[in-house]
Design a protein around this ligand. Sequence first.
Ligand code: SF4
Length: 69
Amino acid sequence: MDFPFSAGFKEQVKEFSLKYKCTDCIHFNEPETKCSFEYPINSHHYFYIMDFGHQYEPRFSFCKYFELN
Ligand code: SF4
């Protein structure tokens, strides 16, 4: 799921202590710093900038295989 990495989202993360990154996922292999399924993790760690041509928007990609650790 891909969504805007907005100020509102960041406030909700703080308010509800939301976990959403690979480092919070049970499938994250911490010693090797990678996903146990070998999925790329960069897109689930950091926001990225979507270029709409006339405007730029920070967005985040939430992994559908995320399971809270
Ligand atoms: S399953 Fe998804 S959220 Fe979990 S570690 Fe792998 S890429 Fe990250």
